[in-house]
Write a protein that binds this ligand. Structure first.
Ligand code: NAI
Ligand code: MG
Length: 362
């Protein structure tokens, strides 16, 4: 049977960058390299406008049925008045929850051609290729109790709770160990075991799993605050970093900035594998809907195109096709093509479609 991909372009620049990813899919199809069944649906603000909700049960059902979801971006000022539970961004949280997508993979590669776009010195970031694995559906963003309550003295108290179970820690650590086997064989596990019970359990659990099932992997541990410092000071010491939801959110944003552009970076969020190794997965650029440039044809489509490359690699094990797309992106950058988001002086800026054309040519 054909592999099914559900496209959810979303809002703002989402549809613009998705259109370029779709041209890459079409090219691979015409070249006879892939055969996909492609479906497309509404999500985020576009879904609020059509159905009153950021995502409908029908779209969740299609996502559950698909082999992989390619997501654009959601949100925009016109939906800011929606209220906390009906924001466009709820669509991503809902998809993660309903598809059980617990492992968020955020690669932060430094392309040679973009070396001087990094805020760090070239000799510190040359060849950098970090993979952060962030736990995505547990931890302090979801733990109970939570809420804001009024105290007897009239003051108020805001509460969030970090909770991790050994099962939640093991399943995300396993993803990190497996990735490390295909990379440098090194994993750094990050928490605050010195001041947090959940952090201590995290460290104990990852240590035990590593010793029992991954003796070939070199495992080290680091406190999250030190990790932030080390990422800015000597990022090449890291290969795979595995960490919880909150620290992963912050550290992955920091790591992404080392690469010099938000518009370049893809991500994957994976669920548990079933007996046949099939797992739900969602792929999306790390950037948002960029309302400030939406509709102008200026968005960098490379993060969306590289998200599709991750889809080929992790959902379908199509390593050669993934590498082909990634090489095309590298070549385009080496040829000097730059969109406006890339923090590099003295380069002519091109638009979304021209960048897509260049990738197809390569
Ligand atoms: P953003 O990532 O949309 O934009 C930040 C800055 O980077 C803007 O100046 C934007 O023009 C630029 N930028 C982002 N992607 C770009 C690309 N591909 N090419 C060129 N420039 C690019 O983040 P911001 O402004 O904080 O959020 C805007 C909206 O997006 C909000 O509604 C936010 O909630 C939503 N958002 C959605 C995400 C998602 O769908 N996963 C993630 C982050 C934000
Ligand atoms: Mg973030």
């Amino acid at each position: 049977p054909n592999k099914k991909i559900l496209l959810l372009p979303g809002d703002g620049i989402g549809p613009e960058v998705m259109a370029e990813a779709q041209r890459v899919i079409d090219w691979l199809t015409r070249a006879g390299r892939v055969r996909f069944e492609i479906a497309e649906d509404l999500v985020g603000g576009a879904s609020i406008d059509a159905h009153g909700r950021p995502i409908t049960d029908a779209v969740i059902a299609r996502a559950l049925e698909a082999d992989a979801v390619l997501f654009g971006a959601v949100g925009g000022p016109q939906w800011d008045a929606q209220g906390f539970d009906n924001r466009p961004e709820i669509a991503i949280l809902e998809l993660r929850k309903r598809l059980g997508l617990f492992a968020n993979l955020r690669p932060a590669p430094v392309f040679d051609a973009l070396i001087d776009a990094s805020p760090l010195k070239p000799e510190i970031v040359r060849g950098l290729d970090i993979m952060i694995v962030r736990e995505a559906i547990g931890g302090i963003y979801f733990g109970e109790p939570r809420g804001i309550e009024t105290l007897p003295d009239g003051g108020r108290r805001g509460v969030n709770t970090e909770v991790y179970t050994t099962g939640e820690i093991e399943r995300v650590a396993r993803v990190a160990f497996e990735l490390a086997r295909k990379r440098s064989g090194r994993v750094t596990s990050v928490e605050k075991a010195n001041v947090m019970e959940s952090g201590l359990l995290w460290r104990q659990t990852v240590t035990a799993l590593g010793a029992a099932e991954y003796p070939d992997i070199h495992l080290s541990h680091m406190y999250a605050d030190n990790c932030a410092m080390q990422l800015a000071k000597n990022p090449r010491q890291f290969d795979v970093i595995v960490t919880g939801n909150l620290f992963g959110d912050i550290l992955s944003d920091l790591a992404s900035m080392l690469t010099g552009s938000l518009g370049m970076l893809p991500s994957a969020t994976l669920g548990a594998a079933d007996g046949e190794g099939r797992r739900h997965a969602l792929y999306e650029p790390i950037h948002g809907s960029a309302p400030d440039i939406a509709g102008k044809g200026l968005a960098n489509p490379l993060a969306q195109i590289l998200s599709f490359a991750m889809l080929l690699r992790y959902s379908f094990d199509m390593q050669e096709d993934a590498a082909l797309v990634e090489r095309a992106v590298s070549a385009v950058l080496s040829s000097g093509m730059r969109t406006a988001d890339i923090l590099q002086a003295g380069t002519a800026k091109i638009g979304t479609r021209t960048m897509g054309d260049a990738v197809l040519r390569e």
